[in-house]
Design a protein around this ligand. Structure first.
Ligand code: NAD
Length: 465
């Protein structure tokens, strides 16, 4: 049974409400009573979330291993620690973020006080994807709590163990009057999207993002859409460090990372780079990566089949082994690939790395410009000139020189896409701002009526003002 909500402003809208409608009515009433607004409440809830991650760390690591074969070390730093860093950062800066900012008033309107005050939006719906099933619902939740909102999280049904663990533990720590986990697949998501929210925060693919945006439009609800795309890596510097950084960023979580380098555009002969990438893979995951405990598996058999079809679209020059039973595909490098096949038209989202040779840097820039804007674009080069041209010419959610993925864990950098890779961004204060209303407030006394100069009738003298 749910605890009694506070406030009595909104009666239930439905005589026989579904569980979703009941939970929502409940949350809406408590949110309307502003229980999420005080700073003390936000801090207490953020600490409670941190406590949940601390006390149930093993449960979450086990769930992530069950869902995606993630090694506990990788699951801890790429999921749990990312959320904990977001919580710590928010706790340290919340007072300053919540502060209103006084702004200048034009002389003609003085004396007056004007300020911008961040206000909570209300009730936020957070829909997450399966590839980082913990981080992708909890990091937005940190932003929602910090900004003083109530929230419902709907984890991905494709990571059922993590979704189950969240549904089991979150209500034991967070205030159930204003935070809820609703588990389920497409039907549940569809039902959730019918309701009126104050913001919908969606992470996932482009096709569903359009469904979310259309449902949100019915209520004019603002959305944040964290999508994906084919993030390119242009390689000018073929050093061993370059190969290691690329292999690490690509094959973490078996390539199922939204900002993983999707493909490489190699300036000049790719053979030395391919050799070094192979060496890097072997040094990370040994000679038989598909049995290595630090190398993850593919989320579902449907994604597995989709990836196997991609292996046919070019020449496999490294890896290529797979195991249907354990849904594992070895880190694979391909060259001479078909540019019209799914390998190069869809986001790969798996451990297959196509390397495409281009003759010049200019050719690489043109290749990227002909495709939809990705979530990130990587340049592996020490040349300041190339770096500057790359930053200037490439349109992507993030431009990163030489450190693929690292942009994700810097809480002062906004994380989000542009164009086909999404809209809106979060992490740190960017998440707080995204889930707040930046409200204008003006206060001008009537004791001295300095506005009388503008009232009608508009005499000749007033027309000259
Ligand atoms: P998914 O299948 O888990 O779907 C995402 C969410 O949408 C799930 O919660 C699911 O239940 C819901 N959903 C599915 N069909 C729906 C429908 N018809 N109506 C409403 N909701 C529905 O994940 P996915 O889409 O396969 O995710 C992979 C994509 O997500 C990739 O493109 C990846 O790049 C992107 N991604 C982006 C980020 C980011 O932060 N930008 C992070 C991870 C993944």
């Amino acid at each position: 049974p749910l605890p009694e909500p506070v406030g009595d402003s909104a009666p239930p809208v439905d005589e026989h409400p579904s569980r979703i409608a009941t939970v929502l009515n409940h949350l809406r009433r408590s949110a309307d009573a502003r229980i999420t607004h005080p700073r003390r409440f936000r801090i207490q809830q953020l600490r409670a979330l941190e406590k949940m991650l601390e006390e149930h760390l093993d449960d979450f690591l086990q769930a992530l291993n069950e869902d995606l074969g993630k090694s506990p070390t990788e699951a801890k730093f790429a999921e749990v620690d990312v959320v904990r860093a977001e919580i710590d950062f928010a706790l340290r800066h919340l007072a300053e973020w919540m502060d209103s900012t006084g702004v200048k008033v034009p002389l003609a309107l003085q004396p007056a006080m004007a300020k911008i005050e961040p206000r909570p939006l209300g009730v936020v719906l957070i829909i997450g994807a399966w590839n980082y099933p913990l981080q992708l619902v909890l990091a937005p939740l940190v932003a929602a709590i910090a900004a003083g909102n109530a929230a419902v999280i709907k984890p991905s049904e494709l990571a059922p163990a993590t979704s189950g663990a969240l549904a089991k533990f979150l209500p034991l720590y967070l205030d159930e009057r204003v935070f809820a986990v609703i588990e389920g697949g497409v039907d549940t998501a569809t039902e959730l999207l019918v309701a009126r929210w104050d913001h919908i925060f969606y992470t996932g693919g482009e096709r569903v993002a359009k469904i979310v945006a259309m449902a949100a439009a019915k209520h004019l609800t603002p959305t944040t859409l964290e999508l994906g795309g084919k993030s390119p890596a242009v390689v000018d510097n073929h050093s061993p460090a370059t190969a290691k950084r690329l292999a690490y960023a690509k094959f973490m979580n078996a390539g199922q990372t939204c900002v993983a380098p999707d493909y490489i555009l190699c300036i000049g002969d790719a053979t030395p780079l391919i050799n070094r990438l192979g060496q890097a893979i072997t040094s990370f995951y040994g000679k038989e990566p598909i049995t290595h405990p630090d190398f993850g598996r593919i989320a579902s058999s449907q994604h597995f089949e989709r990836l196997l079809a991609m292996l046919e679209q070019g020449e496999v020059v490294f890896g290529g082994e797979y195991d249907e039973e354990t849904l594992r595909i070895a880190p694979t490098i391909m060259r001479n690939v078909d540019l019209d096949g799914t390998l190069m038209s869809e986001e790969i989202f798996g451990p297959i790395l196509p390397v495409i040779e281009v003759k010049t840097f200019e050719e690489a820039l043109e290749f990227i410009a002909r495709r939809p804007s990705p979530l990130a674009a990587y340049l592996m080069s020490e040349s300041p000139r190339l770096q500057s041209i790359f930053s200037d010419r490439v349109r992507a959610g993030a431009i990163v020189h030489n450190a693929p993925l690292a942009q994700m864990v810097i809480p002062t950098l906004p994380f989000g896409g542009v164009g086909a890779s999404g809209m809106g961004s979060y992490h740190g204060k960017h998440g707080f701002d995204r889930l707040s209303q930046m409200r204008s407030e003006l206060n001008k006394t009537t004791v001295v009526d300095t506005l009388s100069a503008i009232y009608p009738p508009y005499s000749w003298a007033k027309r000259k003002i």
